[in-house]
Ligand binder design. Structure first.
Ligand SMILES: [Fe+2]
Ligand SMILES: [Fe+2]
Length: 274
């Protein structure tokens, strides 16, 4: 039971979690919140407690969770799909692999070392695949554990739900390896994806990037520049579809396909005065 020690979890994180459930309809709210809390405590003790700043911020999963609750509610996902969306939000990034920075690749290209740059780019893709594979394995392990220790005694995740969660985690970063995933038709996958990619516009996500590049968080200009840099990620992902002439009914010129994802994205633009 050491993985379920609530005393280790800072209460502000549990408060973020509880607050995000105001987005969920009253009928499903309490039971989904109970399950999420249990999963988050496990996530915290098993992974977040040991997470380095090189990896990601401890808040990442909760921000993704908050997005997924909004998007899945608006998309009217059923209860089972919502459970899966929550599990994916919480466990998708549990396998940390030291990342190769895009900057490193760009520098090689600028130097004219194209072969080395391409090699490094391929290595970066391999790392992504390992990250997804490891995350999928961890998700399975986590959900089986949650089933086993549920104080109410019933099965929270069916085998099918565990398998579906695992599969989504196994693919969650595929776009970064240039594969066009997800497609609009796969609503659950799309909800999970849009929730995750919004992270670099959240102030905590932006501050993590500023620090990752070794820049000063107290310089106002660094914030503006980092947000603009992070916005390019959305254009890059959209371009991958456009380049292959895949029309996946994106909203306007953005990379978003759900109304709610697009709304959150637009709100961030306003927040950053862009
Ligand atoms: Fe990831
Ligand atoms: Fe993520």
């Amino acid at each position: 039971m050491e993985n379920l020690n609530i005393d280790n979890v800072p209460s502000y994180l549990l408060n973020i979690l509880s607050n995000s459930f105001s987005q969920v309809n009253e009928k499903e709210r309490n039971s989904l919140m109970d399950i999420s809390k249990m999963m988050f405590i496990y996530l915290y003790n098993r992974y977040l407690l040991f997470r380095s700043s090189e990896d990601n911020r401890k808040e990442h999963e909760l921000i993704v969770l908050s997005n997924v609750l909004k998007i899945s509610e608006k998309m009217e996902l059923n209860y089972s799909d919502k459970k899966i969306a929550i599990a994916v939000s919480l466990f998708h990034d549990t396998c940390f692999i030291k990342r190769i920075m895009e900057e490193e690749i760009r520098k090689l290209e600028e130097k004219g070392s194209i072969k080395e740059a391409n090699l490094l780019r391929e290595k970066k893709k391999d790392q992504r695949r390992d990250h997804m594979k490891g995350g999928a394995k961890n998700t399975k392990e986590a959900l089986e554990y949650i089933n086993k220790i549920n104080p109410h005694g019933w099965t929270i995740f069916t085998d099918k739900e565990i398998e579906r969660s695992e599969k989504i985690v196994l693919k969650h970063d595929l776009i970064k390896t240039d594969e066009l995933y997800p497609k609009r038709i796969n609503t659950l996958e799309l909800c999970c994806h849009e929730s995750d990619i919004l992270w670099p516009l959240h102030p905590i996500g932006v501050s993590a990037d500023i620090e990752r590049y070794g820049k000063d968080i107290n310089e106002k200009e660094n914030w503006t520049n980092q947000v603009k840099e992070n916005l390019k990620l959305f254009d890059d992902m959209r371009k991958k579809y456009d380049k292959k002439n895949v029309d996946d009914r994106f909203i306007e010129k953005t990379y978003f396909r759900t109304e709610e994802g697009h709304r959150i994205f637009s709100n961030w633009l306003k927040f950053w005065n862009l």
